[in-house]
Design a protein around this ligand. Structure first.
Ligand code: FAD
Length: 479
């Protein structure tokens, strides 16, 4: 057996694919042991749901970026596919690892899995060290006066800000690596190309829109602080503008850490309006994680028990029309097509399409959550579930169910020039004014001049907005 100091330290990367501000990597580097950097794609025993298709596409780029960064220091990234509970202890045994370092995960099922892995490793004589690396602070430390957990984001965020958020760490300046022979777990190596779509290749719009990677994430943050944060209070609701940071896939994959964003905003002057409001959105992210930690049913059940008897509709055709951006309601279709083509949708549009699905179509929010989970590059179990429950009115702190967005009013307010609709629903681009927002109410002459034939070049609405609203209110009143 090799001496303790020569035995390797394994860093198990999960949703923290970066070198800087990585407490687990930092600690492994500081131990002086040669490091093995590991990622496991576990579709066999995923603690929650398997990763969606868009997130896999992102993961492909994020793993390649992390590997390139490790190679600059003379190392590499080992990627495996299979049961983490089996593979990690096997790797530790075969490489005689002295320690494994990771960041805590949040959901109860993930923590239970991590505990099992920890026990197996410790029985093998391998130490396990866990840190908080995907949140601003340890979720157990933010407590109400009674010692419980917060159920309202505003109070949670106020309380969190009285805690010291640790300063982000620099990437380790020098790392020594342990070379893992090709024979070790050779049949469990991840075929990374399988993460990308082959035929059909639906990711062309993704490649045009995104470049996964740690440096790219930092660039997004810097550009946002330079160009957009001051105008964020207004810009964040304009769907056609680039008024938001577009940091979400970098945060979801961990290319950028929340502490890095927090620290950058503090330096920029967190007390002024733009940065303050932007930070409160980071507060929603933190609150979603905190809620997932304390209420593990968040992704699976209505948090408000009142909704257990809700008579959601089951309509495969309406659901499909919504998923494909063929509902006949332009602002909804624009959002859904932006999502399909780029793997991302503006937050305001997410709220509009979510309200349309759960209220006008009266379809269970879980269908929307599942579709977003599969199609968003920033798919995030906590953010996605919490926001769907918020939109549907089923969450702990949610918009009341009876507050039903009128998609036309939303479009007039947040896409006043109609640029967003024209970009994503190009068959309507020659319509203007109200006709663009409500083609079904446009005069025959306006439609003819714009080359729009309802039911042919563009669908008629799959639901009458007033009837859909009334149906939703009736279902709600029946609870
Ligand atoms: C139905 C629905 C589903 C959603 N699903 C996801 C999801 O799977 N993954 C995801 O990251 N976000 C989700 N969001 C939240 C939000 O829409 C995105 O985080 C945001 O649009 C990302 O764009 P941005 O990075 O430019 O945001 P910015 O406005 O620049 O905000 C900065 C960061 O703050 C966080 N943030 C902003 N708004 C929210 C919010 N409402 N809730 C939680 N965190 C927020 C994100 O991490 C975001 O990157 C969802 C929202 C809705 C209404």
């Amino acid at each position: 057996m090799s001496s303790f100091q020569n035995r390797p330290a394994i860093v198990w990367f999960r949703d923290d694919l970066r070198m800087a501000d990585h407490p687990a990597l930092h600690e492994a580097a500081a131990s002086g042991r040669p490091v093995i950097c590991l990622y496991i794609l576990d579709d066999v025993t995923p603690a929650l749901h398997p990763l969606g298709a868009a997130a896999r596409w992102w993961l492909h780029g994020a793993l390649a970026d992390l590997r390139r960064n490790l190679e600059k220091q003379g190392g590499t990234l080992l990627t495996l596919s299979g049961s983490a509970e089996k593979l990690l202890p096997q790797l530790a045994k075969q490489t005689d690892a002295a320690s494994v370092h990771w960041h805590h995960r949040l959901h109860e099922r993930e923590r239970v899995q991590d505990d099992r892995i920890r026990r197996t490793l410790e029985e093998q004589g391998c130490e396990v060290h866990a840190h908080w690396g995907t949140v601003l602070v340890d979720p157990d430390t933010v407590q109400t006066k009674q010692g419980g957990f917060y159920k309202v984001c505003g109070s949670f965020w106020k309380a969190l800000q009285t805690h010291a958020v640790p300063e982000p760490l620099e990437a380790p300046s020098s790392l020594s690596f342990h070379a893992v022979p090709a024979s070790v777990l050779s049949d469990a190596r991840l075929n990374e190309d399988s993460l990308c779509p082959q035929a059909p290749d639906w990711a062309a719009g993704f490649r045009k829109t995104w470049e996964p990677g740690e440096a790219e994430g930092q660039e997004h943050l810097e550009d946002f602080l330079k160009d957009s944060v001051a105008g964020y209070p207004r810009g964040r609701d304009r769907v056609a503008e680039e008024g938001t940071s577009r940091l979400s896939p970098y945060l979801a994959s961990g290319a950028v850490s929340p502490r890095q964003v927090w620290a950058a905003l503090q330096k920029h002057g967190a007390h002024t309006e733009g940065p303050r409001i932007f930070l409160s959105e980071l507060g929603w992210r933190e609150f979603a994680r905190y809620t997932l930690y304390h209420l593990p049913k968040l992704p699976f059940e209505n948090l408000s028990p009142k909704f257990s008897g809700m008579q959601w509709r089951k309509s495969a055709s309406d659901l499909k029309a919504w998923q494909r951006g063929q509902t006949g309601v332009p602002i909804v279709d624009a959002g859904m097509r932006q999502l399909w083509q780029t793997g991302w949708m503006h937050n305001r549009a997410r709220m509009i399409v979510g309200s349309f699905l759960t209220k006008h179509l009266l379809i269970d929010w879980k269908e929307g959550e599942a579709w977003f989970r599969d199609t968003l590059v920033d798919a995030d179990f906590a953010n996605n579930a919490m926001n769907w429950q918020w939109v549907a009115g089923t969450g702990i702190e949610a918009a009341p169910f009876f507050r039903i967005f009128n998609p036309t009013r939303q479009a007039e307010k947040f896409d006043p020039e109609g640029d967003y609709i024209r970009q994503w629903v190009p068959e309507l681009r020659r319509l203007s004014g109200k006709a663009l927002f409500e083609p079904w109410a446009a005069g025959d002459e306006d439609l003819r001049k714009a080359g729009v034939v309802l039911g042919s070049t563009y669908p008629r609405p799959i639901v009458d907005l007033k009837d859909g609203r009334d149906r939703a209110l009736q279902a709600f009143r029946a609870l």
